[in-house]
Write a protein that binds this ligand. Structure first.
Ligand code: ADP
Length: 305
């Protein structure tokens, strides 16, 4: 794991040197999908959401952006999706200058390749039926009806919601809405899928089903970037974890195992509570091969802390 000291960078002897990167990002011969240097984002004039982000994400990586509420995860996803551009710093996505994409240059082509699933599925579901919502993107591509239908069927199958095609989005449960929202992004066949808090406010069983589906998306070779503060889903959906601290900077970058084993880091990032930590009670999160009948469904792998 690379621990990143946001104040003293390389001068603190407690900090491992930045060469100790254990993740796929160390493979520098591959052109990154996302390349950020010194990226800062400020809402209005004063609300700093991100403050000096250096990050490379390479094709096919399954990355979790792990941070407490308000640490800047959603803002970072909006930057990766070219919805907004950095206030300062440099950033490219798929080799394009993200400021140009955010300004509209080649934006449609960009969004065929990079899709963002918002935390609130109602933002993505606005048609009379799920089918129409999932067909919306492919229709914009000018595909034939048969091609559009094939895309929709494929996306609904990936989210295992073919049976919901004719339902109105407002009739769906929270978990079904999430799956429909993801399908509406998948129907463009993006190489890169960005997910913002996909399991927020889902009951444990629904959450587990969704995590299993997300895992499958990553297994199919897509670049997958998921923002969450939920530790229990991390080992299932990620091979690399980037921790964003409340200082709105990257605190650490490493494997799920190394990040989740570092309780001091998790306390510092407000991902576990210091009081519980000081009592010496442990969190126990461990990766598993997933299937839908996993016996830990109810516990979602996280033992009480
Ligand atoms: P997270 O996704 O980790 O919860 P966000 O990216 O949503 O974090 O927010 C980061 C910071 O930016 C927070 O302090 C939040 O209050 C602020 N922020 C987010 N959106 C806006 C906005 N539209 N206007 C002003 N401040 C915002």
């Amino acid at each position: 794991m690379t621990m990143i000291d946001t104040d003293a960078r390389t001068t603190d002897p407690m900090v491992e040197p930045a060469t100790a990167v254990e993740t796929a990002s160390a493979a520098t011969d591959v052109e990154p999908v996302f390349h950020l240097r010194g990226v800062r984002y400020v809402y209005g004039r004063r609300q700093v959401a991100l403050d000096g982000i250096d990050l490379d994400i390479r094709p096919g990586e399954r990355v979790v952006l792990l941070g407490a509420n308000g640490s800047g995860k959603s803002t970072l996803l909006k930057l990766l999706d070219g919805i907004v551009s950095p206030t300062s710093g440099t950033m490219t996505a798929l080799g394009r200058d993200i400021a140009a994409v955010a300004g509209g240059l080649d934006a449609f082509a960009f969004h065929r390749e990079v899709g963002l699933v918002f935390q609130d599925p109602d933002i993505q579901l606005f048609s009379a039926t799920v089918f129409d919502d999932v067909a919306f993107g492919p229709l914009q591509l000018g595909l034939t009806q048969d091609e559009v239908k094939a895309r929709v069927d494929e996306a609904l199958a990936a989210m295992e919601i073919a049976h919901l095609a004719d339902r109105a989005p407002f009739e769906l449960s929270g978990g079904e809405k999430k799956r429909a929202a993801i399908a509406s992004v998948l129907s463009l066949r993006p190489d890169v899928v960005l997910l913002d808090e996909p399991t927020a406010s889902l009951d444990p069983r629904t959450k587990w089903v969704l995590v299993t589906l997300i895992r499958k998306l990553g297994d199919q070779g897509r670049t997958l970037v998921t923002a969450t503060h939920e530790l229990d889903i991390v080992p299932i959906i990620a091979e690399r974890v980037v921790v964003i601290g409340e200082e709105r900077r990257i605190l650490a970058d490493g494997t799920p195992e190394s990040i989740l084993a570092d309780r001091d880091l998790l306390v510092r990032a407000n991902l576990i509570h210091e009081h519980l930590h000081e009592q010496g009670r442990t969190i126990h999160v461990h990766p598993h091969e997933v299937d839908e009948h996993h016996p830990h469904d109810e516990a979602t792998h996280r033992h009480p802390i």
